[in-house]
Write a protein that binds this ligand. Sequence first.
Ligand code: NAP
Length: 476
Amino acid sequence: MAQAEIGLIGLGVMGSNLALNIAEKGNRIAVFNRTAARTKEFYEEAGDLKGQIVPCETIEEFVAAIRPPRPIIIMIQAGAAVDQQMELLRPYLEKNDIMIDAGNANFRDTMRRFDALKDSGLTFIGMGVSGGEEGARHGPSIMVGGTEDSWKRVEKVLTSIAAKYNDDPCVAWLGENGAGHFVKTIHNGIEYADMQMIAEIYGILRDGLKMSASEIAAVFGEWNKGRLESYLIEITEKVLAARDPISGNPMVDMILDKAGQKGTGKWSAIEAQNMGVPATGIEAAVAARSISSFKGEREAAETILGLPAVPALAVADRAAFIKDLESALLAGKIGAYAQGFAVMSAASKEYGWNLPMPTIAKIWRAGCIIRSQFLDAITGAFTKTPDAANLIVTPAFADMVKETDGALRRVVSAAALHGLPVPALASALGYFDSYRRGRGTANVIQAQRDFFGAHGFDRVDGADSHHGPWGSGLNG
Ligand code: NAP
């Protein structure tokens, strides 16, 4: 039997779909799963693609089935499982074989694994894959980190399975070691912010305008024909329109309002904080998911505090207000993406990756969860202005901010006045208002720090005097 060109370990949701995608694109693939029964089941269900698949029950058999130098994708639960799997695999591997971790790894683990294999003759690639089950099966967005040489060895097969935007494959080598997994983490952080802002707008429509799920679905459906067109808006329309087969009610009304999270949003916020870059939209989204999970506490608080004693939202011109909501969502989205790209730009310097911003925007245009036409505009903005300090000061996005921030301001104000929580949208407004103001208020903070801690400050006139006339003995 001919040897496989590539191997894949982990036939869970993502791995099995990725394996079928790889096989379908004409690549012969060996597969292995810790639980052998799953490998059998997978092979039995592979239909016409069986001829391209070599199912293996032992690691030894699996490695022997792949032509050296072997590219081996590991698509299993992130964390310790990956280390365990790599340890089991390693004794069977030969010089130049490549282990590719395609799960949602913390980029710090990827850096560690990359370094550990550096002088071993083996190669490690950390690869972010986005698009969920459907993306894995028919074309995900793929973010690769590793040596350029190792990328060249897997470029052909990855290009064959990646999503295409027009004809451009949504896969790229982004830099050494942890670059791919870092970018995937920020992708997920932006996804958190995007989803949260959509949920906040849904909340205004549901609790403010008292619209039904199907009425709100129609609003999102309209928006998906305009500047907000994106996968997330599209699926929001679909989930709002769906009916629960058990009760007959709108499905969304039967789902408990407790959001899960697996860590990539939190990692994005932590890394942003580590580098001193504001990512307030992502932070607000992570915090909102955490608060959502305190369902019992929230219900108890509502009994104790009640809902805010404010008037119900009454808008004179409903159509104009819904138009404002659309613009506010676009403005909020600009803020979240600007922050995400600013975090990647800082990380690129910190870790010496030289991350290609236009390319990142390009490979997110299709295949991944945040795919949208909006990313095409970001690609254009970073291509035209590669050295821009921030997305929102590129000419195209500056115009968009100026056009939409009035609506964001009206929507956030209306929500605040009527007691509707919009933490992520409000964070975007705060970000714009802080970032665009040449003279801020940190002079007071510097004075306070000097007062209690003699930390010193710089003066506006540049004079060589760095402490205030607070007197001594006041430090606390
Ligand atoms: P899944 O369906 O839960 O499958 C988990 C896989 O990991 C199974 O094949 C399981 O093998 C294997 N596994 C678990 N612990 C193992 C260990 N100690 N040693 C060897 N194998 C082990 O997970 P998934 O959704 O496919 O996710 C896989 C990876 O892709 C994760 O890192 C996830 O974060 C990432 N990811 C998921 C999505 C998504 O939408 N689901 C999207 C992008 C990235 P057994 O059958 O033996 O249990």
